[in-house]
Design a protein around this ligand. Sequence first.
Ligand SMILES: Nc1ncnc2c1ncn2[C@@H]1O[C@H](COP(=O)(O)OP(=O)(O)OP(=O)(O)O)[C@@H](O)[C@H]1O
Ligand SMILES: [Mg+2]
Length: 247
Amino acid sequence: MIKLVATDLKMQFEHRTLFEAKHLHFCQGDVVHLRGDNGSGKSTLMKILAGIQTPTQGKIEAQGFQPGPWWRSDSLLGKALYLHQHPYLYDGSVEYNMTYALPAPLREQPDIKQRISESILHAELGHLLQQNATLLSGGERQRLAIARAYIMQPKLLMLDEPTSNMDKDSQQLVLNMIAKLKHQGTGLLISSHQSCELTQLCHQEWKIAQQQITTSANVTSSYQPLSTIASSQSEQTKQEQQYVSAN
Ligand SMILES: Nc1ncnc2c1ncn2[C@@H]1O[C@H](COP(=O)(O)OP(=O)(O)OP(=O)(O)O)[C@@H](O)[C@H]1O
Ligand SMILES: [Mg+2]
């Protein structure tokens, strides 16, 4: 079983304790809503679990992953993919970000073209393929970042406020993509300070309040995402169809 296990975790900035947690585990197949007020530490916790930031105290173990190269064998980096609240994109076209800017081993996988085509369809980015990614709106950037995650198919994915900045239609697209990742068994940790359709996909909740992270099981929602994916696929744009047939 692929998982991250955090024990005796504590994060402080100078003398301010942000949060503590005795034990957290995030596994493939988990779909967790991470909630907490603004400034409670949701993004910081995700960055710690992604190996981007070091906690003040505690141990985080990655279990069940394929051994990496020796110089990264102890590193958490790359184990769980963290999608930033304000995604970083490469200076190049949307198409470039979704193809050449992917990690090299991934570009060599046999089904990569199919996954790229699917992600363009699901994120409805076909009409923006030639636009410079740095010129995208906030919502479009997040759609592109999630489309990239969809292509990369990580075992564990952390999404930081993935539908902030988004109108209803974009929210629905992202919801469908995340539901598809859930269906494929990707472990998902989704931060959002409020409950919404997206958090209805979750069956666990982690809450940061009064400097403590508490975990609880949540009621599973009856939301059925895959039918909406089918309908959005049938409404693909001409550019998307062209991309798929050309590749
Ligand atoms: N490097 C740092 N040095 C000092 N304080 C920091 C640092 N990084 C974050 N903080 C503080 O830690 C707190 C938690 O930040 P974080 O971004 O994790 O909160 P959040 O729960 O994600 O908030 P939001 O809901 O607004 O996204 C904030 O008060 C922030 O100012
Ligand atoms: Mg945040």
